[in-house]
Design a protein around this ligand. Structure first.
Ligand SMILES: [Zn+2]
Length: 341
């Protein structure tokens, strides 16, 4: 427990009372420096008098805002894999929050939420239960990367069981009147542009030779064994990521990290490709883009603005990555229509 973290979180306005209780719950389990909370979602749900699903939803917001980040997952290596909670760090300063928000990349949590939203209530239930039940084949094979293992396989199954459930979305907004969670997550979300459609389109009009050659070269450099079918599936996903602007080197680094002991390499690669954001992380892109002149409104260092309730979003005027500027513009128009509603 950390008095410092608790008192810091108490001083924050995080825009929603339940979200604040959830953050306090995590702060109650961290070290003095704010790191290494591995409370189970059930524990946090008990603190906040809410469901585990509500915890999951607010977790996404807290991560995106940089108030939490995923910590050193090796700290739970000693726990049984199927019941392993995720390790979180709690930001102990506004500076840390800005940096974490800028570095935020949707990992398993955001991926799970995305599937939950698409798959409806059944999928959401699977997602919550997924923390304690046997993981599917993909998660099982990915035993070397804690951040990538988890409930997505069950969640994917949920897509078939329960198609659209608009009730989920109604429920989300009803619990936060006047704030509009949905307004701040414009569709398509900045982080989850479908990665497969560019490939499908390209295949229809004849794949650009160079891109598919790069994808095949990259796949041929990955540790195997991979069957021909697996090779083609991985190559198609790699090609989509290359299309989205991922540099080949960065992609290779993401894929080969700690893959040594995984049972099914193909499952690990596909799982990781699926979990990667549609466009490359901030740093990789920033190196290639020239930095526009500062607009004077956003934070100069991160080029992020903040919503009235303190959530950072990319500056629509001067963020160095055009796609992120477009994301920021969507957030602002959502804010504007939320205000006029
Ligand atoms: Zn700006």
């Amino acid at each position: 427990m950390s008095i410092e973290a608790l008192s810091y979180v108490l001083s924050l306005d995080v825009g929603h009372p339940t979200r604040k209780l959830i953050l306090l719950g995590y702060a109650n389990h961290v070290h003095a420096d704010g790191t290494a909370s591995y409370a189970k979602p059930a524990t946090i749900a008990r603190y906040a008098n809410c469901s585990e699903r509500t915890v999951q939803r607010h977790l996404d917001d807290l991560l995106r805002a940089g108030l939490l980040r995923e910590g050193d997952q090796r700290l739970v290596d000693h726990l049984p894999r199927h019941g392993r909670p995720i390790v979180y760090d709690v930001a102990m300063s506004g500076e840390a929050s800005s940096a974490w928000a800028a570095a935020y990349r949707p990992g398993r949590r955001a991926t799970a939420a995305r599937h939950g939203a698409r798959g409806g209530r059944r999928a959401a239930e699977n997602r919550v239960r997924g923390d304690t039940v046997t993981p599917g084949p993909v998660a099982g094979g990915d035993n070397t990367t804690p951040r990538a293992e988890g409930p997505e396989p069950q969640v994917g199954g949920g897509d078939d069981l329960a198609p659209q459930d608009p009730g989920i979305h109604r429920g989300d907004t009803a619990t936060s009147p006047g704030r509009g969670d949905t307004a701040l997550s414009p569709e398509p979300s900045p982080f989850n542009r479908p990665s497969s459609s560019p490939t499908a389109d390209a295949e229809e009009e004849g794949q650009p030779y160079q891109r598919s050659a790069s994808a095949e070269r990259l796949v041929s450099q990955l540790p195997g064994p991979l069957s021909g079918h697996q090779r083609r599936r991985v190559a198609a996903e790699v090609a989509a990521k290359l299309d989205a602007g991922w540099p080949e080197d960065a992609l290779r680094t993401e894929l080969v990290a700690d893959v040594g002991s995984a049972r099914s390499k193909a499952a690990v690669y596909l799982h990781r490709l699926n979990a990667l954001p549609g466009c490359p992380p901030y740093d990789a892109t920033e190196q290639r883009a020239s930095r526009p002149e500062h607009c004077g409104t956003c934070e100069d260092r991160t080029r992020f603005r903040e919503t009235p309730d303190g959530r950072p979003y990319p500056c629509p005027a001067c963020h160095p990555v055009p796609a992120r500027r477009a994301d920021g513009a969507r957030v602002e128009s959502a804010l504007a229509s939320a205000l006029s509603a």
